[in-house]
Design a protein around this ligand. Structure first.
Ligand code: AMP
Ligand code: ZN
Length: 484
């Protein structure tokens, strides 16, 4: 079962490769995590929905999964290319809190969003817990690969073969990168350690052989990946922006640290995968735009967060996905149809769900089709339609369909065993009326209609409209009412 060989697109070789675990029966995955200086926007969350779908697929295919998403709580400057201010210290100054408090607050918020999207628990190491290990790593590569400037210790990118082979946008981010750090040998060289400027104190700083300061951002992922997963590990993921600077720099550090013994041609990971961006033409996603698009905003407007998960899965992870409220609404309706179909099937089983060893051939053939789709570089758009075909199958025992649906749902991650239809109803935070009040009004209206008292029934309906409630008689989806 689930035995179609898993093919994944490796950004390093720019080709589909069959997944071969480094350790029998195991899959080890590292996903670049958030810089916890602010809330995550829904684009960031697309990266984690993708990583989670990968992790779930590996588990579904029988691998024991170890999955790390690191927490960047130090070292990330406002530009990925080592320029600008420190994101953590800048936010701490703006909010009048310590950088440590900022990090804890936004990490917790991030973890709440992960749970809301049914992203399975992973390991979340913090960069600040690995500073000693980062210093040790820096010491081991300094003589051969680094040079010191007044501002810090820099990695000389000409000391490793094929620097930047992962990157695509060579003209924009490689050669075209602005070199504002005085004394750098090559524009692409990057900081391993950033010294605290004389006369200044940072909230987050440590002693090192290169003076008091903080690690460069790229170093943490090399160090934590090696410490927690061992080189070479199986898969490294991140958004496509990381393919241009952050991951080439990680790879350069890994090459310097362990030469060709790192696996993946010395890069440290056998497969490098990148999700494309969620794009938003309204400009609300940018963290600098004040109210930006984060999961909480979707929830406040009344959308269930899993509608966003479904929206992500409707696009292949390597395609751009454009966000729109209409698109989110359509995803919510689609999710509701699935939940209702499963509800009906469960009802038809009368609570009797015997463990099924062999599924009906029609069910089995759709499970196989799902496996084919997901094994083809996680083709979730096709997998979703196969899933719906399964729910719609005719003349097949209901319990076969329910069991198969639960089985496939472990990959899709909608938690269909527990997701209630009523939880999916649109319910904006700023609504003037509670659900209980709406339900009570609708009961009164039903009674009036039963007595053919249409004047009262229309009056109740009009009152509800004033409160922003649309009554939807005979709605095929069974939404009896809608808010907003
Ligand atoms: P950051 O906190 O900026 O390091 O970003 C966290 C993750 O989100 C990284 O993997 C980024 O590549 C990814 N990311 C950032 N913006 C988007 C976006 N608009 N769509 C998808 N992924 C994104
Ligand atoms: Zn990283």
């Amino acid at each position: 079962m689930n035995d179609v060989p898993l093919k994944l697109f490796n950004s390093l070789t720019r080709s589909l490769e069959t997944f071969k675990p480094e350790h029998d029966g195991e899959a080890r995955v590292y996903t670049c995590g958030p810089t916890v200086y602010n809330y995550q926007h829904i684009g960031n969350m697309r990266a984690y929905v993708f990583a989670d779908t990968l992790g779930r697929t590996l588990q579904w295919k029988g691998y024991k999964l170890t999955h790390v998403i690191n927490i960047t709580d130090v070292g990330h400057l406002t530009s990925d290319a080592d320029e600008g201010e420190d994101k953590m210290e800048k936010m701490a100054a703006r909010e009048g809190k310590s950088a440590w408090d900022i990090a804890r607050f936004y990490q917790e918020d991030f973890e709440r969003d992960l749970a809301r999207l049914n992203i399975q628990p992973k390991q979340h190491p913090r960069a600040t817990e690995y500073v000693e290990a980062m210093i040790a790593w820096g010491k081991s590569i300094a003589a051969e690969h680094c040079y010191e400037l007044d501002s810090g210790l820099y990695f000389d990118t000409s000391t490793v073969p094929d620097y930047g082979r992962l990157a695509r946008a060579v003209t924009d981010d490689g050669e075209g990168r602005i070199d504002i750090v005085e004394g750098k040998r090559h524009a692409a060289d990057f900081a391993i350690w950033r010294k605290t400027p004389p006369g200044e104190t940072r909230q987050m700083e440590w002693d090192s052989p290169w003076g008091k300061g903080a690690p460069g951002w790229h170093l943490e992922c090399s160090v934590m990946g090696e410490a927690l997963l061992g080189f070479p590990f199986d898969i490294h993921t991140g958004g496509i922006d990381h393919r241009e600077i952050h991951h080439p720099n990680e790879i350069a550090q890994n090459q310097a640290f362990c030469d060709s013994s790192c696996g993946g041609n010395g890069t440290g990971a056998n497969i490098w995968m990148h999700n494309n961006f969620l794009v938003d033409r309204t400009g609300k996603m940018s963290k600098s735009s004040g109210e930006f698009l984060r999961l909480q905003l979707l929830i406040d407007k009344g959308y269930h967060p899993l509608a966003y998960r479904l929206m992500c899965l409707q696009a292949h992870y390597r395609s751009e996905l454009e966000f729109s409220w209409d698109g989110l609404g359509a995803a919510l309706v689609r999710l509701k149809r699935m939940v209702m179909a499963v509800d009906r099937l469960v009802d038809a089983c009368h609570g009797n769900l015997p463990e099924q060893r062999e599924w009906h051939p029609k069910v089995q053939s759709l499970v196989n089709a799902f496996d084919l789709a997901i094994a083809e570089d996680l083709n979730t758009p096709v997998a979703l339609t196969v899933f719906e075909d399964l729910l719609a199958l005719k003349k097949v025992p209901a319990h076969h369909k329910v069991e198969a649906a639960y089985h496939l749902n472990t990959v899709l991650g909608f938690g269909l065993e527990h997701l209630m239809r009523t939880a999916l109803r649109i319910r904006p935070k700023d609504a003037q009326i509670t659900e209980a009040e709406i339900e009570a009004a609708l009961i009164r209206r039903k009674e009036a209609r039963a007595k053919k008292d249409f004047a009262t029934s229309d009056a109740i309906r009009d009152e509800l409209i004033v409160m922003g409630v649309e009554v939807m008689d005979g709605d095929p989806l069974g939404w009896d009412w809608k808010l907003g």
